[in-house]
Ligand binder design. Structure first.
Ligand code: GLU
Length: 474
């Protein structure tokens, strides 16, 4: 078995630009980055774009943008499409040494073979009987590694997370390396790159574990040493199946767009399969770096719990002062409700701080930005009727029109005045006063406290809304 190389810590994230940044890739990138930072090593970004048909520069930009947004700065950057000479050199050498060969079997022949094997309940593999013959009248199809079909060898490696892992060599077959000298395939390009880029640890999703024995065989053929492997547990939905669209967004952009904060996402993603010794749930980036270790990564799947993400994000939102929160929410407010005064959004900061789980949730506060729309009946408190409700609102209007100094807005005093009203006119039933006030200000059954809304809205707008409500009840 090839020796494991022991060098400085160099890790990589190797996304294929065949789609936008996936939440799972963001988490794998984060774990690599944390490991590098913990060991003062290097974090490398390698774009695996050898599949020209499926790769797209738009996806590449999206991936880079997402990683930057998370704050995962890379120390080195590579693109496989710019390294074709490297792969060609190694392929030629393998062909010369007869460790690799051209396969002439067509797609149709391979499919027929696979069908037969499946029928016989054998693991599908392709073995070329005459590896070095050039059949007359047939075209070269693909370059394959010559794997000993009769080998009784067991390919094994020590995974830092999963422990001892082994695969039988004979089930692998003559695995494909490249479509031609300048079109390498995934497993081959990865081995060349991980070696040439001196990658010390390959930290990637568990879905790649079956590729590892293939990569070990390729490394052996190339005569190069191996990195250490650490396969991260899969991210699962709440029903414990592999995370997919039906569990929620998997596209990282959607989290940026919804207004999750980068620090909160780093915190949340770090806890997807890892936890600190004291099981703390809110940790700064530096605390995570300090405590991070692959040995503490869990073996079992990590459940993606959106409620937990929302809670973590709300904890980060709460850390901002009014000014900071106004700046943070302004783009989301303007996206949903058009141009706004900063002074007004500043007044809203305390409402937002208490209630937002993610910034785009500001859209649930429409009534602050436009007249509420609702049916008159909604104003009527359960134990009341239209007539009584109108009277209640008229009394509320009287209280709020009084000498209340709206600018200072003494919430306690206003509340005590409204409580007094409930006491004197409605037998202590506070709902009779606060319910219609809430609906007239917000048009909602559930909203922040109506006195809080009145504070933000100011005297004129608040009184107008109450007057409109009274009109509705006539
Ligand atoms: N390009 C592969 C992917 O996007 C990288 C796998 C690996 O880390 O080896 O899944």
């Amino acid at each position: 078995m090839t020796k494991v190389r022991k060098l400085e810590i160099r890790v990589r994230i190797a996304p294929s630009p065949t789609g936008n940044l996936h939440i799972g890739t963001a988490r794998t990138a984060l774990f690599n980055w944390l490991f590098a930072k913990h060991h003062t090593g290097q974090f490398i970004l390698r774009i695996e774009d050898t599949d020209l048909e499926r790769s797209d520069s738009g996806f590449e930009k999206n991936i880079l943008k997402g990683l930057e947004w998370l704050g995962l700065k890379w120390d080195e950057f590579y693109k496989q499409s710019e390294r074709l000479d490297r792969y060609e050199k190694h392929l030629k050498k393998l062909l010369e040494e007869k460790k690799a060969f051209w396969c002439y079997h067509t797609k149709e022949e391979l499919e027929a073979e696979k069908k037969e094997q499946t029928q016989k309940k054998e693991a599908p593999r392709h073995i070329c009987a005459d590896k070095y013959q050039e059949p007359i009248g047939k075209e070269r199809q693909i370059i394959r590694l010559a794997v000993d079909e009769n080998s009784t060898c067991v390919i094994h490696f020590e995974d830092i997370i999963r422990g001892h892992v082994e695969f039988e060599q004979r089930v692998i077959g003559d695995l494909s390396l490249a479509k031609d000298l300048r079109t390498p395939l995934y497993n081959f390009a990865v081995v060349v790159d991980d070696y040439e880029m001196k990658i010390s640890h390959v930290i990637r999703g568990e879905d790649h574990i079956a590729n590892t024995p293939k990569q070990i065989l390729i490394a052996e053929a190339l005569g190069v040493s191996l990195p250490q492997f650490a396969h991260l547990p899969l991210i699962l939905g709440e029903d414990r199946s592999k995370l997919s669209k039906r569990h929620g967004a998997v596209n990282f952009d959607e989290y940026i767009g919804a207004g999750y904060l980068p620090e909160a996402l780093v915190n949340f993603l770090a806890l997807l399969g890892w936890s600190p010794d004291n099981n703390a749930e809110i940790l700064t980036k530096n605390e995570i770096i300090e405590q991070f270790s692959l040995e503490k990564v869990h073996k079992s799947g990590a459940i993606f719990d959106v409620k937990k993400l929302n809670w973590i994000n709300s904890q980060y939102i709460k850390q901002f002062n009014d000014e900071g929160l106004a700046d943070l929410t302004m783009p989301f407010v303007e996206k949903n409700f058009g141009k706004q005064d900063k002074a007004f959004v500043l007044k809203l900061a305390s409402v937002f701080r208490e209630r937002l789980e993610y910034l785009d949730q500001v859209k649930e506060f429409k009534y602050f930005f436009s007249e509420p729309e609702y049916e008159a009946d909604m104003l009527v408190w359960k134990k009341s009727d239209r007539e009584k409700t109108r009277k209640a609102l008229e009394s509320v209007l009287e209280v709020l029109s009084g000498n209340l100094e709206w600018e200072i807005f003494d919430e306690k005093y206003i509340r005590s005045e409204l409580d007094k009203l409930a006491e004197e006119k409605f037998g202590g039933d506070r709902g009779a006063v606060y319910w219609p006030l809430r609906v007239s200000l917000s048009g909602e059954k559930f909203s922040p406290d109506p006195v809080q809304i009145a504070r933000v809205m100011g005297k004129e707008k608040s009184l107008n809304r109450i007057k409109n409500a009274i009109k509705k009840l006539h």
